[in-house]
Each structure stands twice: as C-alpha cells, then as structure tokens.
Write a protein that binds this ligand. Structure first.
Ligand code: PXP
Length: 241
C-alpha cells in the first residue's frame, strides 16, 4: 500500500507573515514541494489567519496539481464556504478552538455525531473526500463508520512522545484502531509530530496507512537539509522497498 506524503505548508506562511511581504512565497513553495515529490499539500487556515490566509487557499487551488487537503473546524461558516469554493481533494475536520496554538485533540465523534454527520454528507455531496481527526480510541472508529466518513486522521502527538521511550507500547493503541478501521473499510491518515525518527515505524506497523500530513518537523529539517532532499528523505521513510 502506498502512503502519500502531504506537506503541510503552514510554517512557510508563518515565516512570510513575520515580515509582512511575500517572502517566502507560499504558492511557489507549495509548487516546489510538488516538484520535489510531495503527493499532496495541506493547509490549515485558522480563523485569525495567523499563518495560511483565506486568500492563500484560493491562490493555491489555481495552481496545485497534487492532492489538496484543507483542514479546519466546520463550525466556522467561513471555513465551510472556503472548502466549498475551492473543492479540495480532501477536507480534514479538526475540532480547533478559536485561539488554539495547534491542534491538541481529536473529535469526540460519539458526542458530535449529528454535527459531523451533516458536514460529512455536505462535503461528500460536493465530491470532496472527508477525513476526521481522532484520538486513537476504538469506540471513536466505530462512530466514524456510523457517520460514513471516508477516512480518519489519527492524531499522532502521543505516539511521537511515547515512541522516544518505548516504540512498541507507543504504537499499540494506534495499531488496534487501524485494524478496526481496516475491518470497517475506513481509510487511515495520520498526522502531528511525525518526523524522520518515528515515521518509518508508524508505516511498518500500520501498512494500510494512506496518507501522512507533516509540517513542523519537515520544514525544520529543511533548514539543514534543503527542501528537496528533506521531502525525498520523508518519502523514503514511507517506502516499503
Ligand atoms: N494534522 C492536523 C490536523 C494538524 O492540525 C497538524 C498541524 O497543523 C498536522 C497534522 C501536522 O502536524 P505537524 O506540524 O506537527 O507535522
């Protein structure tokens, strides 16, 4: 099974915004990521537009040729409109609070079943694949099936932390959720704090992984290794050869 690498370019926008001009150019960087081997580009516009702006999303949509993944909380009408206007390959629903620094929990799908199910239905009607960001809890995987999402994105921050201490223990819960998702016919994505150390093991233990979206560590590595080399190194972690 091929696992796609979607590069999250939020950090490029953060760097650009720190000076108020257009350097680095977010659109050019995204196109270069594609050229260097990225299978997709992920953006996670926040309501305050502190990194990726809404305008960036429209600009990116015009030029990207790989899978475009837009992440965010659908309780924001503005976000829903942005997704419907741009029709990405995938929308990832994330339960962000307004001023959250970064995503720090998945959905409680059981509690939010009605809300999520209505958005799954809406986006699917527009031929947009839907992925739901979840913690690795097995009951949530069954709930994801009940609301008919195409995919889940496993929130991997805990895995990344625990991997440093005991990789086998770190992966255990993720593995059983992945097996449940496989059984139920739900596609599996993963993201948050994945890096060159913990990625290959994740892929080895969850061979049905369809996509990882990686931002922070990949962009940080690119400072030392260069963007093209870094993307190739991440892709190599995902290869099964
Ligand atoms: N997935 C989701 C839902 C996220 O919010 C983020 C961070 O924006 C990522 C993946 C990527 O995480 P990281 O930047 O740690 O690679």
């Amino acid at each position: 099974m091929i696992t796609k690498l979607s590069v999250n370019i939020n950090k490029i926008a953060t760097l650009r915004n720190s000076r108020g001009h257009n350097n680095p150019n977010v659109v050019k960087t995204a196109m270069d990521c594609e050229l260097f081997g990225a299978d997709g580009i992920t953006v996670h516009p926040r309501p305050d537009e502190r990194h990726i702006t809404y305008k960036d999303v429209y600009d990116l949509k015009k030029v990207l040729t790989s899978e475009f993944n837009i992440e965010g909380n659908p309780i924001e009408d503005k976000f829903v409109q942005l997704v419907l206007d741009n029709k990405p390959a995938q929308v990832t629903l994330v339960p962000d609070a307004m001023n959250q620094l970064t995503s720090n929990h998945g959905w409680d799908i059981i509690k939010n079943a009605n809300l999520l199910s209505s958005f799954v239905c809406l986006f699917k009607k527009h031929n947009i694949r839907v992925s739901i960001f979840v913690d690795p809890i097995e009951e949530q995987i069954q709930a994801a099936k009940d609301i008919q999402t195409d995919r889940i994105e496993l929130y991997t921050e805990q895995y990344a932390k625990d991997y440093l201490v005991d990789p086998a223990k770190a992966i255990a819960q993720y593995k059983s959720c992945a097996l449940a998702a496989d059984r139920l016919g739900i596609g599996i994505n993963a993201g948050h704090d994945l890096d060159l150390h913990n990625l290959a093991f994740l892929k080895k233990e969850i061979p049905s992984l369809l996509e990882v979206s990686i931002g922070h560590a990949l962009i940080a590595d690119a400072i030392y290794l260069g963007l093209e080399n870094t993307i190739q190194l991440y892709k190599r972690q995902l290869s099964t050869l």
